[in-house]
Design a protein around this ligand. Structure first.
Ligand code: DOR
Length: 437
């Protein structure tokens, strides 16, 4: 692989505290460093003119449902990683709630070999915590880490048995990988369709109370403290979950957490017209929850942003709201949604948003030096036009699914190009404007 020069972009690399117009040199798939003024005179190099654009480390999504194997009608490793690239994500971590569940060497090897042939971005998979995600018998953690599992999760389902969670934290600590938990007390959440509150009352739909999440969060941080293991709280969504995390962090407990773009920007009002595209688990909360999440993102209680991209077919999402599955797609709208709703109005600064999409998730599952543009790091880059305005349309999605509540919504800030290991895997630059050597 030759040399690529990304010239004259606004390079924003929060981990290295860089925010200035620079020309970046890439060779053999890794970042060489900032180039001298005459670097572009090198006739053997490919040149990408990023003038007027933001150039940042590639986004890293540590929570992505790719649905392969088993539900290739919803998404595949091929379509899901194309969606990732279109959204500026250079790394995704598929969740093992596939069919069959990824709970064995064979399953993990399948994901990794399919990624090798089909994926256009990096794929770092997790394995399930329990066999078949049934919550009863633990998987062979050592074996699965050896074969490439970056963490363990039964996401989509909670781990109700505290003894299993204790053992999972003890074992995973030996291999220095996290347990990523979908925190939900299944008894408290039983039969719930949306967040329990004003809107669920008005619609006459059974709600899931905020404490269904927070009691599990409180249990998990206690178990992490007791065992010394690393617990990662997935898609934290309610105000009452944040205090136990904040307090545990202050005590030095190994707890990290993520928030989704949808929980940061939407509320349960999105379900007022029974819109199944807004039915997610954990459910969209109240405006008060949303404000608490933003506060926690700003004060560092929330470590990173993850999409929980959860594709579903139209056939399933067209069912009545009580029957439709939970989940929305998010890879292709994440950046623009957050930029439009949180950065442009001055609610969060752009460098913080980029950090929470790059070096921060890399730190949670130990992917550094990905997530930063240090010399020698893999050349994973995202180039964004912060000024481009567009309306989300069904036809723009690379994902096989369309279950987004943002269709028809105007947004600003669009990914122009995505580079993985020095290779341009997605580009909206006019044809011919990227000179490749
Ligand atoms: O909304 C969700 N969809 N939440 C989950 O935890 C699982 C996911 C899915 O797999 O569809």
């Amino acid at each position: 692989m030759g040399k690529l020069i990304v010239k004259n972009g606004r390079v924003l690399d929060p981990a290295n505290r860089i925010d200035s117009v620079q020309t970046l040199e890439i060779e053999n798939g890794v970042v060489l460093g900032f180039a001298s003024k005459d670097a572009t005179a090198d006739s053997s190099a490919g040149i990408l003119d990023a003038s007027g654009c933001l150039v940042c480390p590639g986004f890293i999504d540590i929570h992505t449902h790719l649905r392969e194997p088993g539900r290739e009608d919803k998404e595949t490793i091929l379509s899901g990683t194309r969606a990732a690239a279109a959204g500026g994500f250079t790394t995704v971590c598929p969740i093992p709630n596939t069919n069959p569940v990824i709970d064995s060497q064979t399953g993990l090897k399948f994901i990794l070999s399919r990624a090798e042939t089909d994926a256009c971005v990096n794929v770092f998979p997790y394995a399930a915590v329990t066999k078949g995600q049934a919550g009863e018998e633990m998987v062979e953690m050592g074996d699965l880490v050896y074969y490439g599992a970056r963490g363990f999760t039964d996401d989509g389902r909670p781990i109700m048995n505290a003894e299993i969670m204790r053992r999972a934290l003890e074992y995973s600590a030996m291999f220095n990988v996290p347990i990523l938990d979908h925190c939900e007390d299944s008894h408290l959440a039983e039969g719930g369709v949306m967040h329990e509150g004003r809107v669920s009352n008005r619609l006459g739909l059974k709600g899931i109370p905020g404490i269904a999440e927070s009691v599990q969060v409180a249990r998990d941080v206690e178990l992490a403290e007791f065992t010394g293991g690393h617990i990662h709280i997935m898609h934290v969504s309610k105000r009452e979950s944040l205090e136990p995390i904040r307090r545990a962090k202050a005590r030095g407990v190994k707890v990290t957490c993520e928030v989704t773009p949808h929980h940061l920007t939407l509320t349960d009002d999105a379900l007022l017209d029974f819109n199944t595209a807004a039915k997610v688990n954990p459910p969209l909360g109240s405006e008060d929850d949303r404000e608490a999440l933003i506060e926690a993102l700003l004060d560092g209680t929330i470590d990173c942003i993850a999409t929980d991209h959860a594709p579903h077919t139209d056939i399933e999402k067209d069912l009545p709201i009580t029957e439709a599955p939970f989940g929305m797609i998010g890879l292709e709208t994440a950046f623009a949604l957050l930029y439009t709703r949180l950065v442009i109005p001055g609610i969060i600064p752009l460098p913080l948003l980029i950090e929470k999409l790059t070096s921060a998730p890399a730190r949670v599952i130990h992917l550094e030096p990905r997530g930063m543009l240090s010399a020698g790091a893999p050349a994973d880059l995202t180039i964004v036009d912060l000024f481009e305005e567009f309306t989300v349309e069904e036809s723009m999605f690379q994902s096989k699914s369309r279950n987004s509540p943002l269709i028809g919504v105007p947004l600003q800030g669009r990914v122009r190009a995505t580079i993985v290991g020095g290779k341009v895997v997605h580009s909206r630059f006019p044809k011919g404007s990227v000179t490749l050597s």
